[in-house]
Design a binder for this molecule. Structure first.
Ligand code: EPZ
Length: 431
């Protein structure tokens, strides 16, 4: 079983290239089946979730050519099946984007019902509400969700809660519905905008993505396109927090600084210096003592829930008391017990973590409970005294491309090991 082993205590220094955004790419891959023409998608991150989504597309009959690690050519004219197997949904919830994409194109789709996951129960009632409003009949049963429509007709849809997934799924179906759809209280995340831009590049008519109200005028069909996915704001933020926790000096490159504003604001509050360039952001934490602060996760442009564990790891090293309030998912503090094994002092009361900063972490063997918390534990290990081993790194590999290589490029002592022998070798090397 693969693990990350690291010897902490070294400030991360240098610059790191940021890959394409996983959560934008997942939806864009699904949306690529909405035309029979060829679609080329560039800047895909080479991570497990993307490979699973590509597998799901192949499974329903799409023709996929992997031009290189980051570029795929998709032709969906050969699609035969409109049913997405549980095997895929079990691995990535985002395969439910195929529901909106296939329903839009074929007026019919079936996807295994996603269950809860490590971070919460994650209902999909808003996706269903949207499809129904467009005139689809949606049935849930026997572990499946199926949607059928004679025709999809534009509608006025109010989302009771801001949901990235529901906004994108409804957008896709509405792009090929008859007439006008208005989505109110829409999610404004950069990846929602990216999916809308992608669909527009295929001939869709979507306006207002990035605001609360998205207007879609349905078109009869979509055409092929060539599109490059935006950079991953969460990957970038993860390296920025790693710079802060290790008192380093790191520049994240190929990013859109605007997407990182919530992160840079919080890093400034903790005492880091930030320099923004056109497509890069530098975090300087070499001289600063970390200062405590308060943070609440919120939909974009608020502080992202996907950056909450990484922020907590930094605040647990700040001098004084901080609080972190998780307002999106109910189960996103599972990693706190693991962090406590490294010396953090954190008390969780309901959805609030009350953090009493400590001077340093001490290396320990810990387990990644999910993707972002896993990355956060690696950051803690890099800041810790001694050796840390992180188990269950398959979670981290779902969403971070070449994570350990990129960290090594910043001077970290980290390796992926796959046996007791390799673990011993690492210990000898760094001792
Ligand atoms: C997306 O999940 C991301 N995943 C998540 O990233 C991210 O944490 C989340 O958005 C929030 O930013 C992908 O893009 C593939 P939501 P999603 O629908 O779309 C509730 C990561 O680490 N809700 O915006 O599933 C829901 O329970 C992952 O990369 C309903 O009540 O999230 C939550 O409280 C993990 N009913 C809130 O809305 C619904 O029908 C926001 O969820 C849908 C959602």
């Amino acid at each position: 079983m693969e693990q990350y082993m690291m010897r902490g205590g070294k400030p991360l220094m240098g610059s790191v290239p940021i890959s394409g955004a996983k959560n934008a790419a997942l939806a864009i891959l699904a949306a690529a089946v909405m035309t029979d023409d060829t679609v080329i998608i560039e800047n895909l991150p080479d991570v497990r979730d993307i490979n699973v989504m590509i597998g799901a597309l192949e499974d329903i009959g799409a023709n996929i050519v992997r031009e290189d690690k980051h570029v795929v050519r998709i032709n969906a004219s050969s699609i035969k099946g409109l049913s997405v197997d549980y095997e895929y949904i079990k691995k990535i919830r985002a395969s439910y984007y195929l529901l909106g994409a296939l329903l839009g194109k074929y007026k019919k789709a079936e996807v295994a019902l996603p269950g809860g996951c490590a971070i919460g129960s994650r209902p999909i009632d808003l996706h269903i509400k949207g499809f129904k409003a467009l005139g689809a009949q949606v049935d849930v049963g026997y572990g499946l969700i199926s949607a059928n429509a004679k025709r999809l007709v534009g509608s006025h849809i109010y989302l009771d809660k801001v949901s990235v997934g529901a906004t994108i799924n409804i957008l896709m179906a509405a792009a090929l519905a008859e007439g006008k759809t208005v989505i109110e209280n829409a999610a404004k995340e950069p990846h929602v905008v990216d999916v809308a831009n992608f669909l527009n590049s295929m001939g869709a008519n979507i306006r207002g993505a990035g605001t609360d109200v998205i207007r879609v005028v349905g078109v009869e069909k979509l055409h092929g396109t060539e599109y490059s996915v935006i950079p991953d704001q969460i990957e970038a933020g993860t390296f920025m927090f790693a710079a802060a926790a290790t008192h380093g000096d790191v520049t994240v490159c190929n990013v859109i600084p605007k997407h990182l504003e919530a992160t840079t604001a919080k890093l400034l509050e903790t005492g880091c210096e930030i320099v923004e360039y056109d497509d890069a952001v530098r975090v300087i934490a070499t001289n600063s003592k970390l200062t405590p602060t308060q943070v609440t996760t919120l939909p974009y442009p608020g502080f992202p829930t996907d950056m909450q564990p990484q922020m907590t790891v930094v605040l647990a090293l700040a001098e004084g008391t901080s609080t972190v309030t998780e307002s999106i998912f109910e189960n996103r503090f599972k990693y706190v017990d693991e962090l406590a094994r490294m010396g953090a002092q954190i008390k969780v009361e309901s959805n609030i973590a009350i953090i009493s900063g400590v001077e340093k972490y001490t290396g320990a063997r810990v387990s990644a409970p999910d993707l972002r918390a896993g990355a956060a534990l690696v950051i803690a290990g890099l800041a810790a005294d001694g050796i840390t081993t992180v188990d269950d790194i398959h979670y981290i590999q779902r969403g971070y491309e070449d994570f350990e290589e990129k960290l090594r490029g910043l001077g970290a002592s980290i390796e992926k090991v796959d046996s007791e022998r390799e673990a011993q070798k690492f210990i000898l090397k760094v001792s």
